[in-house]
Design a binder for this molecule. Structure first.
Ligand code: PLP
Ligand code: COI
Length: 335
């Protein structure tokens, strides 16, 4: 495959195929690999009208030993089941979820970026209500699709710090809403504030808690983490997505003897941190330097990357690329 592996960025590319399963009356079929990237869907599908749509994001990596590693797929399976329950969709069993991923990655193996290019194969599981309803009620039919897409960096420049904006007048998620699950609508709601931030020169949005606008929730497509005094701090909130990257980094931080704190973080605490960063599958670990709000600019650290953040980044990516021992058994090898 002649792709410019080192400059992939994060954009859609056609691959050989995706895999698609259908659930009717609560029963999943055997699934099939489909060449065409188009879906023939009912005009009254609940995904289109009522937002019965959820997705996941994870990656496969070509390792230093030539093997393909999929990072913690059972965790994404678990999260997609939580999202399915909250949006009243058919749940995809973990076994089916992982086997679907392995099949579609195998079928598209030549799209996995070679080791050393910094790229990976982004895996996008999608669950939608595909059957018709005109009243607001759950679909009787669901489609589970997994597509793959070779990717590079989400924000240009690897571990280069970016600046973030808290856009006044927009919340990401309501208390008791759907911020803790990965429903498509959360991302539709993020497009307008993301565009406001981009136009002002900020590639990333930070969201505060919707109730008081006092505590940090998370970034638009990633969790918030902060470092100070050998401590890793990340927000506790009912309306943020439980990030698998964050979960893994917390474990790595503990393995390095750092203290890990999960607690509410006030926006005014920002100045006290040595380093802050965004973390997630797409953004991996992206340092954040300045955070601009309607009435204040917070500047965290000096805009360089601390050795501790570098160590966290090197360790998680080292495990993913098979360079560092996978002591917690996070990677699923492709047979
Ligand atoms: N928060 C949001 C809103 C996200 O969209 C993502 C991406 O999936 C994350 C956090 C990071 O989660 P993960 O590390 O599981 O990719
Ligand atoms: C991910 O990191 O997988 C995400 O979902 C972020 C974004 C591309 C939606």
């Amino acid at each position: 495959m002649a792709l410019d592996w080192k400059n992939l960025g994060f954009q859609y590319l056609d691959t050989h195929c995706h895999i698609k399963y259908t659930s009717k009356d609560g029963q999943w079929d055997a699934g099939e690999l489909v060449d065409s990237p188009y879906l023939n869907i009912h005009i009254a599908a609940t995904a289109l009208h009522y937002g019965q749509a959820a997705f996941e994001g994870l990656k496969a990596f070509r390792g230093s030993d030539g093997q393909v590693r999929i990072f913690r797929p059972e965790k994404n399976a678990e999260r997609m089941r939580t999202t399915a329950r909250r949006t009243f969709m058919a749940e995809v069993p973990t076994e089916l979820f992982v086997s679907a991923i392995k099949k579609v990655v195998t079928a598209n193996e030549e799209f996995i970026p070679p080791y050393g290019t910094g790229g990976s194969l982004y895996i996008r599981p999608l669950l939608i209500g595909s059957g018709p309803k005109i009243g607001v009620e759950p679909s009787a039919e669901y489609s589970f699709i997994v597509l793959v897409n070779p990717v590079g960096a989400y924000y240009k420049g690897g571990l280069n710090p970016v600046n973030a904006m808290v856009v006044d007048g927009y919340d990401r998620a309501a208390p008791n809403g759907v911020g803790h699950v990965k429903v498509a609508g959360n991302y539709a709601a993020s497009l307008e504030p993301a565009s406001v931030a981009k136009q002002a020169g900020f590639p990333i949005n930070l969201y505060l808690d919707a109730k008081e606008h006092r505590f940090i929730d998370e970034f638009g497509t990633s969790n918030f983490i902060a470092l100070k005094d050998n401590t890793y701090v990340t927000p506790v909130s009912d309306s943020i997505l439980p990030s698998i990257t964050n979960m893994s980094l917390m474990q790595i931080a503990e393995d390095f003897g750092m203290k890990v704190e999960r607690r509410p973080i006030e926006i005014d605490e920002l100045n006290s941190f040595e380093q802050i960063a965004a973390c997630g599958t797409a953004v991996v670990v992206t340092p954040v330097h300045k955070i601009v709000t309607a009435n204040k600019i917070y500047e965290v650290g000096d805009g360089t990357v601390t050795s501790q953040l570098q160590q966290l980044f090197d360790t998680v990516t080292g495990i993913q690329y098979g360079e560092i021992e996978d002591r917690h058994n996070w990677c699923e090898l492709l047979d």
